[in-house]
Design a binder for this molecule. Sequence first.
Ligand code: UN1
Length: 487
Amino acid sequence: MSPAEETAQILERFGIKSGGDLASFSPIDGAEIGRVAVANPDEICKRAAGAFGEWRTVPAPRRGELVRLLGEELRSAKESLARLITLEAGKTHAESLGEVQEMIDICDFAVGLSRQLYGLTIASERPDHRMMEQWHPLGPVLVISAFNFPVAVWAWNAALALVCGDPVIWKPSEKTPLTAEAVMAIVRRALGQFGDAPDGLIQLAQGERDIGEALVDDPRVALVSATGSTAMGRAVGPRVAARFGRTLLELGGNNATIVCPSADLELATRAILFSAAGTAGQRCTTLRRLIVHEDVADALVARLKALFAAVKIGDPRLPDTLIGPLIDEAAFDGMKRVLGDAVEQVDAVPGGCYVRPAIVEVDAQQGSVLRETFAPILYVLRYRDLDEAIALQNNVVQGLSSSIFTNDLREAERFLSAAGSDCGIANVNIGPSGAEIGGAFGGEKETGGGRESGSDAWRAYMRRQTNTINYGTDLPLAQGIRFDVAE
Ligand code: UN1
């Protein structure tokens, strides 16, 4: 069945009618698979602001109930939604299922969180005074998501925003509008079960860049959580800052793995294959730089080259495919700009851009090695001592994810220490990609500094209020100040 035919069947199952000005194309064969209508940003912001007035006073555990229902509906729709991700984003079925599972996991996490939005009690220096801090809902949250995780990154943000008391506006990638429509159909099912959620609590804003810009500039949007390239973040960040709005940025990565002489090379090989070639190199956490000790480099690189040559590339709907297509022609051009004629195209489905992952050995970290090319290119650098390797790993402008393979405790701990990796994520004996829900996700430097999903990332979606309460009959001032008029 063609991607267009299969998509039509799935959309029907979700009760979605295709139509409108924005077209979606399947990377499997490049053909159009559906259309959606473009949003009216002003209308959306108005409805979100109205919803905020109501939702912020709903008790947080009750808000959690909506997210629990969303998790349940996602469980029932898992297979269909995953299939649509495969059709629209080109991920393999296993990876698409994983993406929906990530949505379910964050829902579970957020449900628990809805009873744990803790503030502090603080010792006051003044007699008969009490201090505390409270966390209150912040306001409408705009989620800008990228094509490569077309639904999970929305869920990371939406699940937390909803339990925190914030309405959600979603501007999905213009390359993956249909999966967003399907998620909204699932959301409507959850809202139906929930009963009395305010109108406009969860909205979709389909469109191209202009729609995103109008939403980014709207003062009714309290937080802009944006995932995408550093260039996108550079445009969004200052615009939101100019109106003193808040941002949570999850931008480009240039992730490295260090392989030490003591490493379990079999383990490292498997992890590197998944991290560098999986998702056709289109994760923000994709492994892009392999920094390997010269004693083990020849053996490791030879093994990787053999695996890269053998890995099954093709229609992501087929069960044995490990690597599907690049998202579009522009992604292919990006890879070609780096590799020129060395790009090995794979003849899989006509109309799609299928490439073999590439290994490029380099002597120095310069030129394209310093940039994030959203394609499966793995640069290999050799090192002699660990400090040199860590310096290489850190000597890029991005700071998302990193990892080390070693069986030497000192090396592992050094890598994780304050003098080690400067990334938001640093792993030992696993690759830099494939993080689970629970840990805070995000990175430093030009990756944008935002943290999403796990740990205390929820605080970005709330405003903090410090309270001092006097339950006495006197008015002692802080710092011992006296301010009495003698009468
Ligand atoms: C992204 O590519 O934007 O850690 C997110 C990972 C996934 C999320 C990637 N859990 O690779």
